[in-house]
Design a protein around this ligand. Structure first.
Ligand code: AMP
Ligand code: MG
Length: 405
């Protein structure tokens, strides 16, 4: 049998997809556009952090040695707020009234908080019995990191802390992974979009919306959506044009054995290399994956709504994220909260809701759908667990890989 026509298992399908997704280069974007993206350069510190000896309490800044020698009342030589350049203490019997965030004046090394002093005109007296520790309430220059230190590495996803860290790099643009241009193609003569009149034998097209939402959640926003009929010629022309323009195509429907399931043959007639067709799994057995002559990946997902979304979340989305150069994240796992039996010799993707048990463990409650067309039953579920092929009984407490929608 032709290698690509073998039925393969989930792990092999995943590996074959990942091996063929090599990324789409990088782009330089303004910081405001970088949120959620995958960093593709190292970010180094523009300056020491803190860049100066930073005061962390409102109070007075003193030379601790003078306190240690017995002086309790200091002359207030000036007032120093955050953001201004500090004047040095004129002598070691002086202090400066100082605010949180200010730079410590040269000559001072210790801050005594306001609550511990009595101000009387231009003198400040430290509370009797209070002994400030030398250097207290000063966040020392470079104590967090030095100028030039690596703050962020390529592969980091830019979330809230990282957006703040980028500013410490002092850059106003940043190199991130380029996101591919993706078109989601729904195939099927029966499909009608919302807002259009619908006949009894027709159905609303829903796969494209679920797929677009799952991709948007992972930062692939603005994917195009297109509907094509079960017509060889139309499919061939339209898919040929899309392959020329887009980076990735995600098709649904038309990949099974029916008379109008033209998608695989049309893709082959466009010169695509078939990598695999059919995976030993339920739902989603007819999953098709190939690569165009120009190296562009095409995923043809089964049309059944549960199958198409499961395949998208199990294979397509993680492979796209990995191809951006994202640092791998640990697998998410959950424990079955009840016994599950599944006889067929297939991997089983079982929709679940998640909760936490008394011991803090993440529990998965199965929410099987009626059929792989019963996508309404997915409402309110968190995702699905993957129960491996080769087993048929899964005891309560079985730890399974979890995939969130
Ligand atoms: P197919 O894989 O084309 O044989 O489709 C299998 C089932 O999934 C059929 O009942 C289709 O009507 C349904 N289906 C296919 N595409 C979609 C879609 N975009 N939205 C909702 N259901 C679909
Ligand atoms: Mg169809």
């Amino acid at each position: 049998m032709n290698q690509a026509r073998r039925r393969i298992d989930v792990t092999e399908a995943d590996a074959l997809i990942r091996a063929r997704l090599t990324g789409w280069g990088t782009v330089r974007v303004p910081l405001d556009a970088a949120q959620g993206e995958i960093l593709r350069q190292a970010i180094t510190a523009e300056r020491d952090q803190p860049p100066f000896d930073r005061v962390t309490m409102d109070g007075i800044a003193i030379p601790h040695a003078t306190f240690a020698a017995g002086l309790r009342t200091f002359r207030v030589a000036g007032t120093q707020g955050a953001g201004s350049t500090p004047a040095p203490l004129p002598d070691d019997r002086s202090c400066v009234a100082i605010m949180t965030g200010a730079a410590l004046p040269p000559g001072a090394d210790t801050v005594v908080p306001l609550e511990r002093i009595r101000r009387d005109g231009d003198s400040a007296t430290i509370e009797a019995g209070y002994a400030p520790a030398a250097g207290q309430f000063v966040h020392r220059r470079a104590s967090d990191h030095r100028q030039g230190a690596t703050l962020l590495s390529p592969g980091t996803q830019l979330g809230a802390p990282e957006m703040a860290i980028l500013t410490v790099g002092g850059v106003d643009t940043v190199e991130v992974a380029r996101r591919p241009a993706i078109t989601i193609v729904s195939t099927g003569d029966e499909l009608v979009d919302v807002g259009q009149p619908i006949a009894p034998a027709q159905i609303r097209s829903s796969n494209d919306r679920a797929i677009a939402a799952a991709l948007a959640t992972r930062g692939f926003i603005d994917c195009d959506r297109l509907h094509l009929p079960d017509d060889r010629t139309v499919l061939e022309t339209a898919l040929g044009e899309l392959l020329a323009e887009q980076d990735v195509l995600i098709l649904t429907g038309g990949v099974s054995m029916g008379e109008f399931d033209y998608v695989p043959q049309v893709l082959l007639s466009l010169g695509m290399e078939l990598v695999f067709h059919k995976v030993l799994q339920r739902p989603g057995m007819p999953l098709w994956f190939g690569v165009s002559p120009a190296g562009k990946p095409v995923f043809a997902l089964p049309g059944n709504p549960v199958s198409s979304l499961v395949c998208l979340v199990r294979y397509v989305a993680p492979a796209l994220v990995a191809a951006l150069g994202a640092t791998p994240r640990p697998d998410v796992v959950a424990r079955l909260d009840r016994h599950v039996q599944f006889e067929p010799d297939l991997a089983y993707f079982l929709p679940v809701t998640l909760s936490y048990g008394a011991d803090g463990e993440c529990l998965a409650t199965p929410k099987p759908t009626n059929t792989s067309g019963d996508f309404v039953a997915l409402g309110g579920t968190d995702g699905f667990v993957e129960l491996p092929r080769g087993m048929s009984d899964f005891a309560p407490g079985y730890t399974a890989r979890f995939y969130g929608w």
